[in-house]
Design a protein around this ligand. Structure first.
Ligand SMILES: [Zn+2]
Length: 171
């Protein structure tokens, strides 16, 4: 059931058999799992994924599994939560910081989709490497647009207002 072809260096492309290995022996770059996408595309559809339970294993064809998972069966679908105390320490609006993070991810996905659509292609037609390159390009474009990584979450000073004192609980 495994669709894993092996491991491949992200930098130099050197291929390795699927085994426990931290990095490339030649250039020390990280390795990624090389999947048989042609075989996966014959059996995996969006409808099939959507029909499965809402957990990580619905993507099993795209994971380096040798057999059906037996532990961590409820993994995935972890909700995003506001980091109120961290946001306060950084002078950010926690709710806005969370929304900004979601927006950045949505924006990167749109960037990947649009870049491929401009070539008349769908995301499913692009290799993992290609999707990764477009994702990284979207991240770089973000960095160029926003000099401040905190974005709009940066709190405006409250004129005459009182900040919560250090160590107070956030409701
Ligand atoms: Zn390498």
């Amino acid at each position: 059931m495994s669709f894993v072809k092996g491991l491949r260096c992200r930098e130099c492309g050197k291929e390795y058999p699927a085994r426990l290995q931290a990095g490339c022996e030649d250039c020390f770059a990280p390795l990624e799992v090389d999947y048989d996408y042609a075989a996966i595309s014959k059996s995996l559809t969006q409808e099939r994924i959507a029909s499965r339970p809402a957990n990580l294993w619905r993507y099993r064809e795209l994971l380096p599994l040798e057999a059906e998972p037996v532990v961590g069966l409820a993994s995935g679908w972890t909700p995003l939560v506001r980091a109120d105390r961290l946001a306060r320490k950084l002078g950010l609006d926690a709710e806005q910081a969370l929304r900004d993070a979601i927006d950045r991810f949505s924006s990167r996905f749109r960037h990947v989709e649009l870049a491929l659509a401009a070539e008349g292609r769908a995301v499913s037609d692009a290799s993992a490497d290609e999707q990764e390159r477009l994702w990284q390009a979207a991240k770089r474009a973000e960095g160029d647009r926003m000099g401040d990584p905190a974005g709009s979450a940066r709190r405006e000073p409250i004129a005459g207002g009182s900040e919560p004192s250090e160590g107070s609980e956030v409701k």
